[in-house]
Design a binder for this molecule. Structure first.
Ligand SMILES: Cc1cc2nc3c(=O)[nH]c(=O)nc-3n(C[C@H](O)[C@H](O)[C@H](O)COP(=O)(O)OP(=O)(O)OC[C@H]3O[C@@H](n4cnc5c(N)ncnc54)[C@H](O)[C@@H]3O)c2cc1C
Length: 119
């Protein structure tokens, strides 16, 4: 009887630890995501209207590296897939802004969040 009770307590403690870890992971992904989108949208807003070839290549490399090293594994995998299917449009400021809006919307759709339009 005592062993069964101890077993039940151990299982309850393990479930609580798993739930707390999941909650912490979700909070981390949200805080990281909000600040990262702020950075990415801000970068695209300041991008040149008429970028040189070198600027375009640097921006393309930045986006690819950002996706590769993004510190949320599933987000990184999803973003890399998105980039593969939708290569970054680095031709101009407005096109890059639009590309980031669409990339952000792709995540919004997956998470059941509202869609945003670039005005
Ligand atoms: C590159 C990247 C990939 C991600 N992939 C995943 C993933 O695969 N799975 C996952 O669970 N989470 C992912 N995230 C995190 C996720 O996108 C959100 O950041 C997180 O869920 C917090 O959402 P939020 O509701 O606070 O608003 P966020 O989506 O972080 O948005 C912040 C603010 O940006 C504005 N905004 C929203 N949509 C747009 C848009 N389309 N264009 C411009 N502005 C907009 C709104 O004002 C919003 O309040 C990813 C984040 C990044 C940066």
């Amino acid at each position: 009887m005592t062993i069964i009770l101890i077993g039940i307590v151990v299982v309850i403690v393990i479930v609580i630890i798993i739930l707390l870890k999941k909650d912490t992971d979700n909070t981390y992904i949200s805080v990281l995501g909000r600040s990262s989108w702020f950075l990415l949208h801000s970068i695209s807003e300041k991008y040149s209207e008429n970028p040189s070839y070198q600027e375009q290549e640097l921006m393309r490399s930045f986006i690819i590296s950002f996706a590769k090293f993004y510190p949320c594994k599933k987000c990184s995998i999803n973003f890399q897939k998105y980039i593969k299917n939708n290569p970054p449009n680095v031709n101009s400021n407005i096109e890059l802004q639009k590309w980031f809006y669409d990339a952000h919307n792709d995540v919004n759709i997956r998470l059941g969040k509202p869609i945003y339009k670039l005005h």
